[in-house]
Design a protein around this ligand. Structure first.
Ligand code: LLP
Length: 433
């Protein structure tokens, strides 16, 4: 059964009616199904079982500590892109030996922290980064385990803002330059090349894109091995697409079937970094209709969540299903006549892109009613801000018929933390000399 489903006209997350959560805890509210997260990680582990994958959940998609903990407990690893994400994964109980560290711009203090904690490896994205990691590792007197992130120049055929595998992207190292990196890695005594890394984009729904990227780097892998580098890992990245509208998501089994022959051919241990696939459909954002506002030729439903809580529609034109949490109709039911209305669902933020849906046919909604914005588990709260001084929502984790507040709702007082009305101490330009 889906983590979120309607029963007798009410939306449930696992066995908890979400309307009651909205009443008890207020809105906007993120609600997550713990089982969904765990099941999705396990589905990947099963689909790739033949190559004993190390699944490193991509923390950036949803960094909720309570969920990270549930994943760490089933032996999931983590893909981090900052010191902050490594810290979070460790706080959630991750084994450092299952953490990979990616990102085009790692600072020295971040590199040093990762070395101190003893992570599995760094995904290196440039020649300058090789030097930086080696320098910091030398200071610590250690060898840094690294993987080279290659840019395979493969089109992931996804939204241009979340495409990373083409030559013109800032991510990864093109294959010609990667060859030059060998020499550099040998010269730099504090690096140990353990793997190769690919990540070609996000929300990829064609099941042969990753396979094509791996096939493209196979000759290169041969060269690396010939050059006597003791490669152990092939990190195939993340990007596995999910269903936002209907059934457009990847089928993980047929996806794995395409990739497995290539992975086996490399003889390397597979690492992967799924984010959205694990959490996207494991979360909803609950929001209350503040006003029903007919204006011009339109009917606006003004809700209490905004682009500050879920920015995907505003910046990627992303589609998220929206439906009342109590409704006699199933989502996607065709609503004819007076039972329905065509709405623009918009937030309270003072920006014209603060729109969740345009011209969406929904059951007629009343002020005060709760709506669910679906598929909000990935890149929802993780990208939330306090723009317009709206405190960020609370997060609730549901497990079976139990729920708990995994993150308290922010308060307006939280929003001024760290600020001062008057100086504590005044300096002058002179003090900077
Ligand atoms: N590995 C690397 C190196 C990444 O850059 C990313 C995502 C992932 C793994 C996880 O990708 P996933 O499996 O979640 O597709 N904010 C955008 C998505 C940005 C993805 C950034 N990198 C969105 O809301 O669609």
């Amino acid at each position: 059964m889906d983590a979120f489903h309607y029963k007798n006209g009410q939306l449930f997350c696992e066995n908890v009616p979400v309307q009651k959560l909205a009443e008890r805890l207020g809105t906007p509210l993120y609600v997550y199904s713990q089982s969904h997260f765990v099941n999705q990680v396990e589905a990947i582990q099963r689909a790739f079982a033949e190559v004993s994958p190390i699944v490193c959940y991509s923390v950036k998609a949803n960094a909720c500590l309570g969920l990270l903990r549930a994943m760490a407990r089933i032996g999931c690893g983590f893909d981090a892109v900052s010191k902050g994400e490594i810290y979070r994964a460790l706080r959630a109980g991750a084994d450092p030996k299952t953490i990979v560290f990616a990102g085009v711009g790692k600072r020295d203090d971040e590199i040093d922290y990762a070395l101190e904690k003893g992570i599995l490896m760094f995904n290196v994205e440039s020649e300058s980064e090789l030097s930086a990691i080696s320098r910091v590792a030398a200071k610590r007197g250690v060898e840094a385990p690294i993987a080279l992130r290659l840019n395979p120049d493969v089109d992931p055929r996804t939204h241009k803002h979340i495409s990373t595998g083409k030559r013109e992207s800032k991510f990864g190292i093109d294959i010609e330059r990667a060859k030059a990196c060998f020499k550099r890695i040998r010269e730099l005594k504090n690096l140990r090349l353990k793997g190769l890394h690919l990540h070609i984009g996000s929300q990829i729904t064609e099941n042969d894109r990753h396979a094509e990227a791996i096939a493209k780097i196979l000759p290169f892998i041969g060269e690396v091995k010939q050059a006597d580098f003791p490669l152990e890992y092939l990190n195939v990245g993340g990007g596995y697409g999910i269903s936002y509208k209907g059934n457009e998501g990847l089928d993980i089994t047929s996806f794995a079937q395409k990739m497995l022959p290539h992975i086996k051919e490399t003889g390397l241990r597979m690492v992967c970094e799924p984010g959205r696939y694990v959490c996207g459909n494991g979360g909803v954002l609950l929001t209350r209709v503040i006003f029903d506002k007919p204006s011009g030729d339109k009917n606006f439903l003004i809700v209490d969540a905004g682009m500050n809580d879920l920015i995907r529609p505003a910046i990627y034109d992303a589609y998220h299903k929206i439906w009342p949490v109590v409704s006699e109709f199933q989502p996607d039911a065709e609503i004819t006549g007076d039972s329905g209305q065509t709405y623009d669902v918009v937030g309270p933020i003072c920006e014209s892109t603060d729109v969740f849906a345009k011209g969406r046919r929904l059951p007629r909604c009343n002020e005060g009613e709760t709506l669910a914005i679906f598929s909000a588990g990935a890149y929802g709260m993780a990208m939330a801000s306090t723009y317009n001084q709206h405190p960020r929502p609370a997060e609730v984790i549901v497990h079976g018929d139990k729920f708990w507040v995994a993150r308290e709702r922010e308060t307006i007082e939280d929003l001024t933390r760290g600020e001062r009305l008057t100086p504590k101490e005044v300096f002058s330009a002179e003090d900077l000399k």
